[in-house]
Ligand binder design. Sequence first.
Ligand SMILES: Nc1ncnc2c1ncn2[C@@H]1O[C@H](COP(=O)(O)OP(=O)(O)OP(=O)(O)O)[C@@H](O)[C@H]1O
Ligand SMILES: [Mg+2]
Length: 240
Amino acid sequence: MSAEVWMVASGKGGTGKSTTAVFCAAALAERGKQVLVIELDCGLRSVDLLAGVAEQVVFDIEDVLSGWCPPQKAICQSPFYPGVSIIAAPYSGQQLHIDTLGEVLDSLKDCYDFILLDVAAGMGQAFQGAATVSTGALLVLTADPVALRDGRLVSEWLYNNSSVVPRLVLNRISLTATTMDLDVCIDTVAAQLIAVIPESPQLQQTVLEQKTVNKQSRLWLAYSNLAGRICKEDIPLLME
Ligand SMILES: Nc1ncnc2c1ncn2[C@@H]1O[C@H](COP(=O)(O)OP(=O)(O)OP(=O)(O)O)[C@@H](O)[C@H]1O
Ligand SMILES: [Mg+2]
């Protein structure tokens, strides 16, 4: 095993990066893959809640990056999604010791098929550090003009400054959206579409009640198809 590293980015905050990182990881794990999700954010944590490990976290990614503890001590196994492991973001602090990220990932790559880096919003140090070590990028955007315009800047930055080719995940898309609506989004961002994730009225309640995602839902189908495409399966892009 030598893990593929995918960063999950957006530009604008709150577009669904962490949700996508965890559910995509869960869907990859259902395909038999071992997946590690690392939340590269400072002071804002959400991956631990989504994966059901909030009570387990003792050490975080900054403890690992700064050399305070070995990565194995910071890894939590998700009880919700077997095959998914998590390293949580720190609760506080301004900056991560991002320079050591490559070294840390090299020490973990043999244990996983995929490592997903859930980077903070914007194009700060976590984003730029992740871009130097990633093989792929999911650009998670909602269909609003601000998110799309920011997404284009992120996409251009990646094209100009890294070898990572961003793939567009359109999130929170309503049932009534047309193909033309999606085309406008794709044209604005200028990145190839890899998934259309529907708006889920149940999602917040699911996280609040600390339950696993409903595997019969359209949301899950969309993430399952995204995982299949990441695994290079030929899955047509439909409104899922
Ligand atoms: N497909 C969806 N349907 C409904 N709600 C969603 C969907 N995706 C995300 N959300 C909600 O949007 C909010 C933001 O999601 P999330 O935390 O994953 O975004 P983020 O991009 O990681 O945010 P941040 O930039 O703060 O890290 C959450 O309340 C989440 O439940
Ligand atoms: Mg997040």
